[in-house]
Structure formats: structure tokens, C-alpha cells
Write a protein that binds this ligand. Structure first.
Ligand code: C2E
Ligand code: MG
Ligand code: MG
Length: 727
């Protein structure tokens, strides 16, 4: 732009544009312009000059124009650099004009201002294209008349040429009457009617409908521009052309593509899982609702397959979160590869995925195969850096409309089916059945009454004796929680502990258990039964910021010696190497508790890791004891290693004499199990200890095993109950 400098012409607007006429004149004396042309132009009585928009130079001017430009001669004017005086928007306009005049031989009327001293002067300038000797396009500018414009008009016209807002005026015939610089800069072709700007004619139709109804309209639409399809925010209103007085449409457009891109990105982020890039729950909601509507309209069905990786938590805990994340990414990729076109896969969170298939295209057999394909896909190990991991999956299947009419119900039912697959040993697919809802009802009832149970003192601790294998003598007890439910009787922890963990009630239950165990242990001590009482800690309790406080408070309140209490934790607590858990474990050891690893062998058993912590006792999971008959090697190995590490070993769930004999022969220190006794109420446990005291006094040999006169303790129905038999 020839801005603000004095004696510089300043083109600032077009009035009118897109108006084409033809013809120009000429004069002598310039290398770039044919001599005949310059000769012809030199004699004219208006100011005429030739502007080279690429090099930003006036390359020729006639005598009168030299006066206007205050130049001595053409050479001086040609040597005058204009780069610094031309703003970007003016340059754009000049190049536009060069393009337009060259393309169609069109001419344009422009209103330009020259910042001359003492006051700027405004002229109507006629501009046409001129081919230079070297083949490039220049602008031939001819002053038609000087205008007596008001400063407001000059300024508003100037502003119009600078603004990035695209402003156009369309006539009744929908052809353009006027376009400002920005608008002219975006069009695909000259004279393009309004409707042709829209990439989607429906957008234009909607906007025109608004305008017809209200006189104005607003829309965000995809617009065809010379830079490709862009998002424009368009505001249009009916008006009158100030020149002809005819009805017109004034349109202003702003390019909002960047905003749209950001909006798109934000939407994508909100609807996709960052780790796997799969759609998340939010996206799922929309997609499934859409599919349900479509299936309903077509009278077809859908299948939802809820997939949960088996033992993913153990991988996460033992190999670290980074490996866990990689595993999830690999699992997502594997799942995607097993799906058919049109199937939808989302990550629900954690290690849960959901596949939605259109049941209609495939009917029942295909549903089987989708689940089957997924299960077999996981038979091959997942390769991630440094590891090849075999991870199986459990699937729950729910169908629309049979198993539910909306996403929530279908998800809930698929979830139940998935849990059933887990309960049946994982690595399988199970379809939802109505009977499974009974379990939901139970869960709901448990939820509301568990809080009450704590307040109404409905929890009880039962004690399962731990015996030395060598002497068959009770040397410790495991405290196991029970819930005496007012209507449903005695409930085992498997029914409510997982629920308490999920609902954040485990901290309070855990504190109650510790309090009760400490009180009882003190009472045993006072009665002369000096033995360890072990109790179970949930991994969740380690996340409780007040855990240590609670523990110390209980010790103070009960006056129990912590050395008489053993805390049973699962491997997963240690495996994560979570600094908080490590700190808490160390502190518990410092206080005087002994620590036991419970259910050893069910997680990612890592014996060397146990060395890093003060673990005293290892409790071998019942599944190993059950497997002794067919696969004794592993248990033998564990026992050998524990011996090396100097740990006490306890076999859980011993039910037969044969198992006990085997354990005894391999120096497993302790056992507990139905063979001797299930968990019993405290008073019954004390009665057992009293009986033991009597037996001990009658024992002839100090080291011989006690011969307990007890009948089998598990009846044919599998009910566990302690009975003293023929004692
Ligand atoms: P656990 O700590 O491994 O406890 C052993 C479980 O095996 C107990 O089940 C016990 O009754 C059962 N059991 C003992 N001997 C035999 C046997 O010979 N055969 C069979 N089939 N089972 C036997 P229970 O009492 O149902 O407890 C289940 C689990 O609930 C416990 O497993 C423990 O993980 C958890 N739990 C129990 N009490 C508490 C508690 O106070 N707090 C926490 N956080 N968890 C607890
Ligand atoms: Mg235990
Ligand atoms: Mg156990």
C-alpha cells in the first residue's frame, strides 16, 4: 500500500468491481513497454502510468502523471522503490487486479487516494491490464476524475479494503455487484454467484430460507474458495444497492477454518481414548444410540461384546504401567484386526473394550465367530518391546433387542455375562441370560445394607486354625470376616469385600477387622494362648492416606502387641513397587507386625522380589494344594526356594490326609484347611485351644504329632461347619 508517505498514490477501494469494459491508449520511451504503446499514451490529457505489481515499481508515466507523482522524469520514477509503502492487503489487491485484468481483458474502476501535501487527494482511477515486453502483466492506471469525498467515506472505503472480513454485495440476479479485497481474494472465478460458493447446496438452501423468513441469516458452512474448501461463518441480510436502488444481498464472511480445526480436534480428543486412539465411552454413547435407532427402524438386531483382558492388573503391577500401556495398545490393534467392516470397537477404560456388531448381517453364527475370532486372536502372544505376553480375554455378550433396549442395560448385561466368563475360568465368551440379573439385585441390596452393617455391628471375625505340619498343633489362626446379614444369614467375604473395595468402604471395614483381631489376640494372650493371629489386608487399604494412623490408633486402643499380629497381603501390593506401599510396608515392619504373602502363586509369582521386603511368611494358594496330586513340581520348587530365603511356609486349603502327608514330607511348616477345621467363631476357636491344651498335657513324647479326635468338618453339601466328632 502506498500508505502515509506524502506524494504517494494510495489505491484503496474498488467501486464498482467485476465490471468489465475494454480498451486503452499509449506513449513512447520505456524498455518494458512497446514503444508504440507509450507513444500513443504520452499525448493524452489525463494522468496515466504503468505499474508493475510484481516488482513494485511504476515503470512508466506520462507527462501529467509525472506531475501528480512529483517526479522529474520517467527514469526517476522508475528508480523509486515502493516496497516499504505497500501494505500486504494493498499488494494483494494490486496482484488481484493484475490477474483479473490479464485473464479477461477486463477493466476496473477504483477509488485511490494520493497522500499529497497539504491534503490527500482522491481520484477515480480506471485500471486495465497491459502486457509488458517480457510477457508479464502490469496495470495501466488512468485518472478519470478527482473526487470530493468526505473523510468518512474515504476512511470507510479504506477500512473495507484492509479488513480480512470478506464483504460482498449480490444483486437480484444473485451475481456480485461488489466485493472487497478479502472477498475478491477468496473467489474461485469472477462473477461467481452466491449459491456457487457453497460446497453443500443444502447449506445455501438453509441460509436462504432463514433470509426469506427473517430478512437475515447466519450460517457456518463449507465454502469453495481458490484455496480449497474452507469453513466460513456467513452473515447475510437483505438490503438495497445504494447505487441502483435495487434489492440486494449484503454478505459478510469470516474464515473460521482454524477454529473448526481446533473444534474438530477437541471433539476428537473428547471422544477418543488418548492411549489407543479408539473411540471412548462418549463416542460409544452416540454411536450405539444411532445403531440402536437404525436397527429398530429396520427391525434388525445388534450384538455387544464386552471384552476384559484376563489378569491385566497383574501385568500392570509386575511389569509397570508403561508395559501395561503398551500391552493395551497392542491388544487394541489385535482387536481391530479381527473385526469386520462396519463393526465398532471402543475402549471403555482400563482393560475393557466393547465391540458392537450388526447382528443382522450375520445372524447368530457370526456372533459366535466374532467372539471366537477374538478369543483365538489372543492365543498368539502380544509382542511389545522386551516382552512377548500371552494375555487371554473374557467376553460377555448381550444382544439388542433381546437383552436390552438401551446402551446402559445392554452394557450392564454384557458386564454380567463377562463376569460369569471370568468366574468360569476366564478365556471364554458367555452370553447374557436372565438368571444373571438375580446377581445384580443382590449387589444392589448389598450396597445399601453394607454401610448399615458397620453401624449395626453385623460383621464378625471367624478364626481358622493354622497348624504346624510336624506336630499337628494349632500355632496360629487366620481371622476371616463374615457378615451376619439380618435376612440372608451368614455371608462370606467373597460376596461383599469386592463390593466394599469398589465402594470405598474397605478402609472402614479393614479398621474394624484390625480392631477386632487385636482385641481378640490380646484376650488369647491373657488366656495363656500365645499365638499369631493373621488378618487380611486389601490392596486398596494401601491407598488410604490415613491407613497408618488407623493402625496406630487401633494398637493404642486395644493395647495389643503388634508382634502377635500378622498382616496378609497379596503379591500385587509388592509388585507395583509403588513408593507409598513400600513406605507403608516398611513402617508396619518397624511397628512390629510380621507380614505374610497370601494366595502365593496366583499372581505373577516373583520370589526374588520378596527379598526386598521383610516378608516372613508365604501362604501357598489352595490351587497348588489341589494340584499336588498331578503337578507337585511347582509347589516343591516354591517350598525349596522359601527354605533358601528363610521364610515360613503355610499351605492353604488342605483337605486330605494325602495332601498333609506330602506337605509334611517336604517340611512345609504350617497348613490350614477343612481337613482340620474351617474358620469358626471366636468362642469355638478358644474351645479348640482349650482342648489342645488338654491333649498336650497328656502327650507322652514332646515332639510327637497330636492326634486330634475330630470328625470330618465339611459335609456332603459342601457346607463348612466345625464339629468335634468323637472327642
Ligand atoms: P484367604 O485369605 O485366602 O482365606 C482363605 C479362604 O479359604 C477362606 O475363605 C477360607 O474359609 C477358605 N478355606 C480355608 N480352608 C479351606 C479348604 O480346605 N478348602 C476350601 N475350599 N477353602 C478353604 P473365606 O473366608 O471365604 O475368605 C475368602 C477371602 O476373602 C480370603 O481369602 C481373603 O482374601 C478375603 N478376606 C477374608 N477376610 C477378609 C478381611 O477381613 N479383609 C479382607 N480385605 N479380605 C478378607
Ligand atoms: Mg488370607
Ligand atoms: Mg489365601
Amino acid at each position: 500500500m502506498f500508505e502515509t508517505q506524502s506524494r504517494r498514490p494510495m489505491p484503496h477501494t474498488t467501486t464498482p468491481s467485476d465490471v468489465s469494459t475494454a480498451g486503452h491508449r499509449s506513449d513512447p520511451g520505456c524498455a518494458e513497454i512497446p514503444i508504440a504503446t507509450t507513444r500513443a499514451l504520452a499525448g493524452l490529457h489525463t494522468e496515466i502510468w504503468v505499474f508493475d505489481p510484481e516488482r513494485l515499481r511504476i515503470v512508466w508515466a506520462n507527462h501529467r502523471a509525472l506531475g501528480l507523482w512529483h517526479a522529474k522524469d520517467v527514469d526517476e520514477l522508475r528508480g523509486r522503490p515502493l516496497d516499504d509503502d505497500i501494505s500486504e492487503s494493498t499488494l494483494r489487491r494490486l496482484l488481484q487486479l493484475a490477474g483479473m485484468t490479464a485473464a479477461g481483458g477486463s477493466s476496473f474502476g477504483e477509488v485511490w487516494t494520493i497522500f499529497d501535501e497539504p491534503e490527500p487527494r482522491t481520484f477515480r482511477v480506471w485500471i486495465s491490464g497491459l502486457r509488458l515486453v517480457d510477457g508479464r502483466n502490469a496495470l495501466l492506471c488512468e485518472v478519470l476524475s478527482e473526487l470530493a469525498e468526505t473523510p468518512e467515506r474515504v476512511r470507510s472505503a479504506d477500512a473495507l479494503s484492509h479488513t480480512p472480513v470478506m464483504i460482498s454485495l449480490y444483486g437480484e440476479d444473485t451475481l456480485p455487484l461488489y466485493r472487497n479485497t478479502a472477498a475478491a481474494d477468496s473467489i474461485v472465478r469472477l462473477g461467481q454467484p452466491f449459491a456457487e460458493r457453497f460446497a453443500d447446496p443444502a447449506d445455501h438452501a438453509r441460509l436462504m430460507e432463514m433470509i426469506d423468513r427473517d430478512g437475515h441469516g447466519l450460517a457456518t458452512a463449507r465454502i469453495l474458495t481458490c484455496r480449497g474448501v474452507r469453513w466460513h461463518e456467513i452473515s447475510a441480510r437483505r438490503c438495497r444497492d445504494t447505487v441502483g436502488g435495487t434489492p440486494a444481498l449484503l454478505v459478510s464472511e469470516t474464515d473460521v477454518s482454524r477454529l473448526k480445526d481446533v473444534e474438530h480436534m477437541v471433539r476428537h480428543l473428547a471422544e477418543h481414548d488418548l492411549l489407543t486412539g479408539l473411540p471412548n465411552r462418549t463416542c460409544l454413547q452416540r454411536e450405539v444410540t444411532r445403531r440402536i435407532e437404525a436397527a429398530e427402524a429396520a427391525g434388525t438386531g445388534l450384538s455387544m461384546l464386552l471384552i476384559d483382558l484376563d489378569r491385566f492388573k497383574t501385568v500392570n503391577d509386575s511389569l509397570g504401567h508403561q508395559t501395561g500401556d503398551r500391552l493395551l495398545m497392542a491388544a487394541a490393534k489385535r482387536l481391530l484386526a479381527t473385526l469386520h467392516d462396519g463393526d465398532f470397537l471402543a475402549r471403555l477404560g482400563g482393560d475393557e473394550f466393547l465391540v458392537v456388531t450388526d447382528a443382522d448381517e450375520s445372524a447368530a453364527p457370526r456372533r459366535e465367530t466374532t467372539a471366537q475370532r477374538i478369543l483365538s486372536a489372543f492365543e498368539t502372544p502380544l509382542s511389545i518391546p522386551d516382552h512377548d505376553l500371552v494375555v487371554t480375554a473374557s467376553l460377555g455378550v448381550a444382544r439388542f433387542p433381546e437383552d436390552g433396549g438401551d446402551l446402559d442395560t445392554l452394557l450392564r448385561h454384557a458386564d454380567l455375562a463377562m463376569y460369569s466368563a471370568k468366574e468360569h475360568g476366564c478365556n471364554r465368551a458367555i452370553s447374557f441370560t436372565r438368571e444373571m440379573t438375580a446377581a445384580i439385585d443382590e449387589q444392589l441390596t448389598i450396597d445399601s445394607s453394607l454401610r448399615r452393617a458397620l453401624e449395626l455391628d453385623e460383621l464378625e471375625l471367624w478364626y481358622q486354625p493354622r497348624l504346624s505340619t510336624a506336630e499337628n498343633r494349632i500355632i496360629a489362626a487366620e481371622a476371616l470376616v463374615r457378615w451376619r446379614h439380618p435376612t440372608r444369614g451368614l455371608l462370606l467375604p467373597g460376596l461383599f469385600i469386592p463390593h466394599a473395595e469398589k465402594r470405598g468402604l474397605i478402609d472402614r471395614i479393614g479398621e474394624w477387622v484390625l480392631h477386632e483381631a487385636a482385641t481378640r489376640r490380646r484376650r488369647l494372650h491373657e488366656a495363656g494362648h500365645d499365638m499369631i493371629v493373621s488378618l487380611n489386608l486389601s490392596g486398596r487399604q494401601f491407598a488410604d492416606p490415613h491407613f497408618l494412623e488407623r493402625v496406630e490408633r487401633v494398637l493404642t486402643e486395644t493395647g495389643c502387641d503388634p508382634r502377635g499380629l500378622q498382616l496378609e497381603i497379596t503379591e500385587s501390593v509388592l509388585l507395583g513397587n509403588d513408593p507409598t506401599a513400600v513406605r507403608i510396608l516398611k513402617r508396619l515392619g518397624d511397628i512390629g507386625f510380621t507380614l505374610a504373602i497370601d494366595d502365593f502363586g496366583t499372581g505373577y509369582s516373583n520370589l526374588t522380589m520378596l527379598q526386598n521386603h521383610r516378608i516372613d511368611t508365604l501362604k501357598i494358594d489352595r490351587s497348588f494344594v489341589v494340584a499336588l496330586q498331578d503337578q507337585p513340581e511347582l509347589t516343591e520348587l516354591i517350598l525349596g526356594l522359601c527354605r533358601l530365603l528363610g521364610m515360613t511356609t503355610v499351605a492353604e486349603g488342605v483337605e486330605t490326609e494325602a495332601q498333609l502327608a506330602w506337605l509334611k514330607a517336604r517340611d512345609c511348616h504350617e497348613y490350614q484347611g477343612y481337613l482340620f477345621s474351617p474358620a469358626v467363631p471366636f468362642d469355638d476357636f478358644v474351645a479348640l485351644l482349650e482342648r489342645q491344651r488338654v491333649l498336650l498335657t497328656h502327650r507322652r513324647n514332646e515332639r510327637s504329632a497330636l492326634n486330634w479326635p475330630l470328625a470330618p468338618l465339611v459335609d456332603d453339601d459342601g457346607d463348612v461347619g466345625w464339629s468335634s466328632g468323637g472327642a
